[in-house]
Design a protein around this ligand. Structure first.
Ligand code: SAH
Length: 361
């Protein structure tokens, strides 16, 4: 299977109120004969209070509720939730209007709650160690489909439905299904809906948001100019092109040197530290000389390495590095002055860990 940058256009969801920015939402309600201020009122219900059913909006007349309902098609139907870690990790499988399936994962920690969300149904990047990559790309998600995953999590938390009592979403990572920068405009729209203050958006701090990419260089440069200081994570997985060509096939288009140059440009413009994702695969990319090569590429930059033990995917011969190898890898990188931590991989038992999202209904 090859890499797919352009998503098929079939299956586009119906237009939703939250696909648009504040001004666009005002225009939309005015076109339906409502006063413009209704857009902000509706936005407060949706983005500030997670009240998705207009029947609960007591500040709207019955007629205006019906008008609004037509702008709020059901885009995401939760068809299954799976829990582990005493209910503090929750994976939700959603069916989209065209039958496509996507997943999100909520992870509650003592001091924060992270939602890992999908930006595409499937993925076109074809990384051989990733379960999502194996099925190929079905289609891009719309802005409202992306934001809807966060709203669903925010509502469940606010209603006290997640173990640990009522809470809020503090972090959002675009590390579910899909390559976010291959669905650029919908993702940037979603980022605005997440970080803009209520009623324009949900008011989540940009510092808590991470966009993870295989390294689509022109899009990294573009994202740097959006005025959205979100964290950029680069899925590197190898310091050398010969190996990275096989692990992250788009590397043949944008090699390591160019991806990192774009990342440093991003760090300079946004002031945000770059995250480097490195899934340790036994005897594939975990050798001491690769650790040293990685550190040499990164030393002196505003960067942090997240090591993830590979989550084996069905049918793959690859597995995680031994704990000794992992420790040695981390030590070599750290000794060369580069910040590095091992990422906690939650949700393995429910196929909700990194790279496991495959939406098998
Ligand atoms: N397409 C984007 C975001 C989705 S993947 C990207 O590639 O960055 C989120 C992260 O999970 C990426 O760093 C990806 O490389 C990693 N990943 C994928 N499959 C994995 C697996 N089987 N084990 C561990 N990490 C994996």
């Amino acid at each position: 299977m090859s890499i797919t940058l352009e998503a098929p256009s079939r299956g586009r969801p119906p237009e939703h109120f939250l696909d648009r920015d504040s001004a666009g939402r005002r225009t939309l309600v005015e076109e339906r004969g409502l006063p413009g201020y209704r857009a902000d009122q509706a936005s407060r219900h949706l983005l500030g209070r997670y009240e998705f059913d207009p029947d609960t909006w007591t500040d709207f007349s019955a007629g205006d509720r019906e008008t609004m309902r037509a702008l709020l098609p059901d885009l995401l139907t939760p068809i299954r939730t799976l829990e582990c870690d005493d209910g503090t990790t929750v994976k939700t499988l959603f069916r989209l209007h065209d039958g496509s399936l996507v997943e999100s994962v909520l992870m509650r920690y003592r001091d924060r709650t992270t939602l890992c969300i999908s930006s595409q149904a499937g993925c076109g990047m074809n990384c051989p160690f990733c379960a999502t990559g194996q099925a190929g790309l079905t289609r891009n998600l719309s802005t409202a489909e992306i934001v809807g995953q966060v709203l669903a999590g925010a509502r469940a938390l606010s209603m006290g439905e997640v173990s640990g009592g009522p809470g809020r979403v503090s972090n959002v990572v675009f590390m579910g299904m899909g390559e976010p920068l291959a669905n650029y405009s919908a993702v940037v729209g979603a980022l605005h809906r997440l970080v803009d203050p209520v009623p324009a958006g949900m008011g989540i701090s940009a510092r808590g948001i991470t966009v993870s990419t295989v390294g689509l260089v022109p899009r990294i440069h573009q994202l740097a100019t959006e005025g959205l200081p979100v964290t950029l994570a680069v899925s590197l997985h190898a310091p050398d092109d010969a190996l990275r060509d096989t692990l992250v096939p788009i590397n043949t288009r944008w090699p390591v040197r160019e991806v990192l140059a774009a990342a440093w440009d991003y760090a300079e413009i946004t002031g945000r530290r770059i995250s480097i994702e490195y899934a340790l695969i036994r005897d594939v990319n975990d050798q001491p000389d690769r650790a040293a090569a990685l550190a040499d590429l990164l030393a002196g930059h505003l960067v942090h390495v997240n090591v993830i033990p590979l989550n084996p995917t069905p049918g793959s011969a690859w597995t995680a590095s031994t704990p000794e190898r992992e420790r040695e890898f981390v030590r070599i990188v750290r000794d060369r002055g580069v910040a590095i931590t091992v990422r906690d991989t939650r949700g393995r038992e429910i196929d909700g860990a990194c790279g496991q999202l495959a939406a098998l209904a």
